[in-house]
Design a protein around this ligand. Structure first.
Ligand code: ATP
Length: 251
C-alpha cells in the first residue's frame, strides 16, 4: 500500500545575495493508493523541488513527507529530465546496475531487461553504449531502467521533454498501460496541461512561486483517452485558466 502524504511543506533557498527565495508555501496533499498523480504548474514554480522533496533528495524547510507505512518500506525510483546513464556501461549494464542496486535476483534480470527495453522500443540496442544513442533514446533507456526495478513508486520529472512528440505519445500510452496493469503509484511532473490530463487520475495544479496547491482534482475521463477528446481539452484549458486567473489576481 503506497500513499504519499505531504503536510504543510515550505521550501526556501538561500540565494547568493543573502536573501531567501520562497519556492513552496504550505503545500498539502495526499494521494490514494496506486494514484497516477500529475503535478502541473508554470516554469519555476517549484515542481522539481517538490518532487525532490518527495524523493528525499532534498529536505523541506518545514513540514513533513511520508511515503507508504513504516511497516513496509517503499521502493522509489526517479526518472529525471535528462537520462543520467553511466557512459562506460552498455544499455544492458546500466539496467543491470539498477537491478543489482535493488537486490533483484539475477535469474530475473534477462527477462526484465528484455521486457522493458522492448516496451521503450530499444530491444535491439541492449549492447550499445549511451554515446551511440540519441538523447531521446537515452531517455527511453532511463525509463526502462526505472521500470525494470518494478518499484512501488515512480517519480518522473518531465521525462518526455527531450523525446520527439511521436515517441512521447507512444511512451505516454505505454506508461498508462503499465500503471493500469502493475498498479504502481506514479508522480509525474509536467508543465503541459494536455499531457497531465491525458495521463493522470489526479491532477495537482501549483500556483506561481511561492507555490501552493491551487487545484487538486480527480480525472474521471474514460480510458483509453485521446488528446483530441473535447472533454479532455476543455479540462486542460480549465487548469491553465486557473493559473492565468491567479497570476492576474496577484500581478
Ligand atoms: N538548489 C537550489 N538552490 C537555489 N535555488 C534553487 C535550487 N533549486 C531550485 N531553485 C530555484 O527554485 C525555483 C523553483 O525551481 P524548480 O526547478 O523546482 O521549478 P520547476 O517548477 O520544476 O521549473 P521548470 O518547470 O522550469 O523545470 C527556481 O526559481 C529555481 O531557481
Amino acid at each position: 500500500m503506497t500513499r504519499i502524504k505531504i503536510d504543510g511543506v515550505d521550501k526556501a533557498y538561500r540565494q547568493m545575495n543573502g536573501t531567501n527565495l520562497r519556492v513552496l508555501n504550505n503545500v498539502d496533499f495526499e494521494t490514494e493508493e496506486n494514484d497516477f498523480l500529475c503535478i502541473l504548474g508554470p516554469s519555476g514554480c517549484g515542481k522539481s523541488t517538490l518532487l525532490n522533496i518527495i524523493a528525499q533528495l532534498e529536505e523541506p524547510s518545514s513540514g513533513s513527507v511520508s511515503i507508504g507505512s513504516e511497516a513496509s518500506p517503499t521502493d522509489v525510483c526517479f526518472v529525471f529530465q535528462e537520462p543520467r546513464l553511466l557512459d562506460w556501461r552498455t544499455v544492458r549494464e546500466n539496467i543491470e546496475f539498477a537491478l543489482d542496486g535493488k537486490d533483484i535476483p539475477k535469474d530475473e534480470w534477462d527477462e526484465r531487461i528484455e521486457t522493458y527495453l522492448e516496451l521503450v522500443g530499444l530491444d535491439d540496442f541492449a549492447n550499445e553504449y549511451p554515446r551511440s544513442l540519441s538523447g531521446g533514446m537515452q531517455q527511453r533507456v532511463s525509463i526502462a531502467r526505472a521500470m525494470a526495478v518494478e518499484p512501488d513508486v515512480i517519480l518522473m520529472d518531465e521525462p518526455f521533454s527531450s523525446v520527439d512528440e511521436i515517441t512521447a505519445r507512444n511512451l505516454r500510452s505505454d506508461l498508462v498501460d503499465i500503471w493500469k496493469e502493475q498498479k504502481r503509484t506514479i508522480v509525474f511532473v509536467t508543465h503541459d496541461a494536455i499531457e497531465a490530463t491525458f495521463l493522470a487520475n489526479r491532477v495537482l495544479v501549483m500556483s506561481h512561486r511561492p507555490s501552493n496547491v491551487l487545484v487538486h482534482e480527480k480525472i474521471d475521463i474514460d480510458r483509453p483517452r485521446s488528446v483530441d477528446d473535447p472533454e479532455l481539452v476543455e479540462l486542460a484549458e480549465e487548469f491553465v485558466g486557473q493559473l492565468e486567473t491567479r497570476a492576474g489576481a496577484t500581478s
